[in-house]
Design a protein around this ligand. Structure first.
Ligand SMILES: *Cc1c(COP(=O)(O)O)cnc(C)c1O
Length: 308
């Protein structure tokens, strides 16, 4: 069964440097080594396989980032053509990665919201739109990383992850629930310039932020999925914010400590452990989702433009 999936089972690595900082044992779920470069392949692979089985003839994505790359990867593996609508702000590196997966690119709109609106408009019969975060098929696929962690012999008593649109959060909570771990704290980390979950929690309603100003572009959803906000209220979710500077510093430290390059979006979660966050003090086994990021470059990590 498992070898029919598009994602791979990822290593779970104990981090000595991070364990020293956090007190408890820190376990790294290495989603950065998924063939598409991020955890997104778990959920998107699940969605694409489900739709392929139902006869989809074309996949459509609206993401110039890791979601678009994952859909392009899934389509190539399944032999189904892919169109990715990307906003004008998409870096050439991302376009290169999507093109490398043989997907067709359409450039439309100034932001993801506009690319998304355009994508929904050009949907044709037989085409399936794969949303980057707001889809139960994605959450079910992401949840598999918790099953895998437990199977690999670790029962976490805290989880640290990044939040963009909240698809990863929904998936991890689904996984925790079905493994009897729904009570453990989940540290939901965003950068200050992409703090849409934090805004909804603060205002106690499902709300959008006006703009995204963070270098962690993969966290740049102005509004999280409704389910992510509902989960944040229902479960033991702790919202935490870090600066772009902290996220980048964490990427650098992580490259040195573990010889792996990740996007600032992933650096955000790592920053909470490098800090380290007080709530982690009580945890014996801390699971950190190393969500990855295909778009990262050496230059971005070494220099880091527009630091706030
Ligand atoms: C998509 C993504 C996130 C955020 O995931 P959401 O499901 O949108 O919350 C974080 N890090 C990386 C590397 C991503 O690709």
């Amino acid at each position: 069964m498992d070898n029919q999936k598009l994602h791979i089972e990822t290593p779970l690595i104990a981090s000595l440097p991070l364990s020293r900082l956090a007190g408890g044992r820190v376990w790294l779920k290495m989603e950065s080594i998924q063939p598409s470069g991020s955890f997104k392949l778990r959920g998107i692979g699940n969605a694409c396989m489900t739709h392929a089985a139902a006869g989809a003839r074309q996949f459509l994505s609206s993401s110039g980032g890791n979601a678009g790359i994952a859909v392009a990867y899934a389509g190539r593996k399944l032999g189904i053509p892919v169109t990715v609508v990307v906003p004008e702000t998409t870096p050439s590196r991302s376009i290169e990665l999507i093109t490398q997966e043989s997907a067709r690119i359409v450039v439309a709109g100034a932001s993801w919201q506009e690319a998304h609106a355009h994508a929904v408009q050009i949907l044709a019969p037989g085409w399936v739109y794969i949303h980057p975060f707001d889809d139960p098929l994605l959450w079910a696929g992401h949840a598999g990383m918790i099953d895998e962690t437990v199977r690999q012999g670790v029962t976490p008593d805290a989880v640290v992850l990044s939040v963009g649109g909240g698809g990863l959060l929904c998936g991890v909570i689904e996984g925790l629930v079905r493994n009897g771990l729904s009570a453990i704290p989940v540290i939901a980390v965003e950068t200050k310039g992409a703090a849409s979950l934090a805004a909804s929690i603060r205002e106690n309603k499902h709300t959008a932020v006006d703009e995204i100003t963070s270098i962690a572009t993969s966290l740049g959803a102005k509004k999280v999925a409704k389910q992510a906000f509902a989960h944040a209220l229902k479960y033991n979710v702790h919202s935490h914010l870090v600066s772009d500077r902290q996220a980048l510093d964490a990427c650098r430290s992580f490259a040195l400590d573990h010889r792996v390059l990740v996007e600032p979006a992933c650096g955000a979660a790592l920053a909470a452990v490098y800090e380290p966050l007080e709530i982690l003090n009580a945890a014996r086994n801390i699971l950190v989702v190393v969500c990855g990021g295909a778009g990262v470059t050496m230059q971005q990590i070494l220099k880091g433009p527009n630091l706030s």
